[in-house]
Design a protein around this ligand. Structure first.
Ligand SMILES: [Zn+2]
Length: 143
């Protein structure tokens, strides 16, 4: 990967809608791991051969969440598996209860970015109201 492309990814600004949706899943996962400094989005554990990263959908696939980079974070298998189909905010609350360093601000940014992507690309009739509900829930959490 070129340094300039890495800088773009680190900044979190998608180069273009087409580029971010057509990239293979493995590439997207690698980019997510980099953006998260090599740590699980939820529990903060560092990825390693024993703790491999997996693709976790912020808005679950069963709730209509798209396979877009903006809807994907890198999570360890434990978090991905235990979260199951729970909403991202419900799972974040569970992480905090467990004393894990789940990042409320990072989730807020991720949800906002996904909303922007949905507005720009259209569609996602099921994911939209679900995302709205999650963002409201997160606002209450921050209070
Ligand atoms: Zn984890």
């Amino acid at each position: 990967m070129s340094p300039s492309r890495r800088a773009v990814e680190r900044s979190g600004v998608a180069p273009s809608a087409a580029a971010s949706t057509s990239r293979p899943r493995a590439d997207r996962l690698r980019a997510a791991v980099e953006n998260q400094d090599g740590r699980c989005f939820w529990c903060g554990r560092r990825f390693s051969p024993l703790v491999p990263p997996t693709t976790d959908h912020v808005v679950p696939r069963v709730k209509g969440g798209p396979s877009w980079r903006e809807n994907e974070v890198a999570a360890c298998r434990r978090c991905n598996g235990e979260r199951g189909h729970q909403g991202p905010v419900e799972w974040l609350e569970e992480c905090l209860r467990r004393g894990w360093p789940a990042d409320v601000g990072a989730l807020a940014v991720t949800l906002a970015r996904l909303e922007t992507a949905i507005v720009e690309r259209g569609g996602q009739r099921r994911a939209r109201p679900y995302l709205d509900g999650q963002r409201r829930r997160l606002e209450h959490l921050g209070r």
